[in-house]
Design a protein around this ligand. Structure first.
Ligand code: GDP
Ligand code: FO1
Ligand code: CA
Length: 318
């Protein structure tokens, strides 16, 4: 079975771990990763969501934190600080730095991000084909107010530096409108047996991937059923700032509203948490088949059950 997953960082990566366990080695999983979170720091290109997927599936992730490397040290960061060179607010560890050095070196030598990602995955063997959504530079910015002035800041500055406590008036995926899907992205969607939108951020992860021209249409027109799993449970994100960025795009923070935001043209099925069973009727009234199942990724087995539910739902709506 060929499975395509449009993934952000932590939520996407954790779901993928369950999906891998649910399907075994015979299925081919292609992950289309969000690169809108990417940021250039210290002259290096950092790709948080691609790395989170790669480290999580490859066994290098800091499990509790959800991002960055396990057993990390921060000598380089401390040395940079001693030189007065920041930003101090972004936690890049020594092991993680090596990934960004390899990536930046290869990009400088002329390799596209998709080829660089493949090379990095040669080491980590994540057991999925990890494709960036695009080889072109896309950076999500947040329109906000700082010191009484309206201005746009990088998404990482909004989230990591300001912890999403400053207002988000608009979310702008800078560069998305002229970006091209990376090689293999549209083909994977067209040839898929099932397309899954995991419990990832619907605005700054999946929304950014869908903003790359051609990807949304490819998903909507895919022969395969498209099944989404709600990242919102009980009217709140399980973690992160999805409520803030949903509000910025005028969408209520509820499992039903996120389904309607994706739309019945995109989704063939939507899973909400069992505690949100009351939302099923609202989603189905919008023309989207909906079921309520447990959606807490508390451990790999619970996540595997979620992946199985998504695959079973795909069969039911096919
Ligand atoms: P990020 O890039 O690290 O923010 O990760 P993603 O975009 O892939 O996923 C973030 C989303 O996953 C957030 O909106 C969370 O609410 C959601 N999420 C995290 N853990 C869980 C979980 O256990 N269950 C569900 N349903 N959603 C989750
Ligand atoms: N998230 C934080 O909250 N603080 C950090 O200092 C931080 C550093 C960091 C470094 C590398 C990397 O791959 C991810 C990192 N993240 C950090 C996570 C990153 O900001 C994610 O994009 C967000 O969690 C939301 O998607
Ligand atoms: Ca992200």
């Amino acid at each position: 079975m060929r499975i395509v997953v449009l993934a952000g960082g932590i939520g996407g990566a954790r779901f993928l771990r369950g999906l891998k366990q649910a399907v075994g080695p015979d299925s081919e999983i292609t992950v289309i990763g969000n690169t809108g979170d990417d940021i250039h720091l210290f002259g290096l290109k950092v790709c948080p969501d691609l790395d989170t997927v790669m480290y999580t599936l490859g066994g290098g992730i800091h499990e509790e934190q959800g991002w960055g490397r396990a057993d990390e040290s921060f000598s380089v960061k401390a040395e940079m600080k001693a030189y007065g060179v920041g930003p101090e607010w972004f936690g890049l560890g020594d092991k993680d730095f090596a990934t960004h050095i390899v990536r930046t070196q290869m990009l400088g030598a002329g390799y596209p991000l998709s080829a660089v990602t493949e090379a990095l995955c040669d080491r980590w063997q994540p057991g999925v084909r990890l494709l960036p959504m695009s080889d072109d530079r896309v950076e999500t910015h947040v329109l906000t107010d700082i010191d009484g002035e309206r201005k746009a800041v990088h998404f990482q500055e909004y989230w990591v530096r300001h912890h999403a406590t400053i207002p988000a008036h608009a979310i702008i995926p800078v560069g998305a409108e002229t970006a091209k899907p990376a090689p293999g992205v549209l083909e994977a969607i067209a040839e898929a047996d099932v397309v899954i939108l995991p419990p990832s951020n619907p605005v700054v992860s999946v929304g950014t991937i869908l903003a790359v021209p051609g990807i949304r249409r490819a998903v909507a027109q895919a022969a395969a059923p498209v099944i989404g799993l709600s990242p919102i449970i009980g009217g709140a994100p399980v973690r992160g700032m999805a409520d803030k960025v949903l509000e910025a795009v005028g969408v209520e923070t509820s499992a039903a509203a996120v389904a309607k935001h994706y739309g019945s043209d995109l989704l063939d099925g939507w899973l909400v948490d069992e505690s949100d069973a009351a939302a099923v009727a609202e989603v189905e009234a919008a023309g989207i088949p909906c079921r309520a199942v447990p959606l807490w990724m508390t451990d790999v087995d619970a996540t595997t059950a979620m992946a199985r539910a998504a695959l079973a739902f795909a069969e039911a709506v096919r």
